[in-house]
Design a protein around this ligand. Structure first.
Ligand code: COA
Length: 128
């Protein structure tokens, strides 16, 4: 069941972010969780929305949770008048890029050597 993230979720979300070596984004009013297994943290910028972080507990991956949660969030956010969604992803993160493509995101740009290890960042966009 999807719901808005609360302070009680901060600890397990931070633990998953740590395990995945993701930046430690703190959930905000535009963050949702699915059980205690998946979270998505977004940032609204005018009539656009950026995905800051999405992750699923390792043992629960490959069951459609991220897809379900992201589509749910996007529908909720679109209800607030937002039509464009953006995200940035490491070019070697095949699972994440496949997920984003599956739900309709398209690559719009690339940032060469964006990450500390020299990896490129792929910028993707979805217009609902
Ligand atoms: C990326 C991540 C969120 C995907 O979560 P998930 O719940 O396993 O994804 P889903 O089961 O919803 O998969 C949806 C689609 O994504 C693609 N996908 C997911 N995992 C994949 C993998 N390991 N390899 C290839 N494609 C994959 C598939 O197209 C899948 O659709 P299908 O099952 O119908 O083929 C998860 O792997 C994760 O938490 N990774 C670590 C954190 C991370 O890298 N986050 C993104 C950067 S912020």
């Amino acid at each position: 069941m999807q719901r808005i993230a609360t302070e009680q979720d901060f600890e397990w979300i931070a633990a998953i972010q740590g395990e995945c070596a993701l930046p430690l984004w703190k959930p905000n009013s535009t963050s949702w969780v699915l059980g205690r297994e998946a979270f998505a943290i977004w940032q609204m910028v005018g009539d656009e929305c950026e995905l800051l972080s999405v992750a699923v507990e390792q043992a629960k991956r490959g069951k459609g949770l991220a897809k379900r949660l992201m589509e749910y969030c996007q529908k909720k956010i679109a209800g607030q008048g937002v039509k464009s969604f953006f995200l940035e992803v490491r070019e070697n993160n095949i699972a994440a890029i496949s997920l984003y493509r599956k739900i309709g995101y398209k690559k719009i740009a690339e940032r060469k050597g964006y990450y500390a290890n020299g990896e490129n960042a792929i910028i993707m966009k979805l217009v609902l």
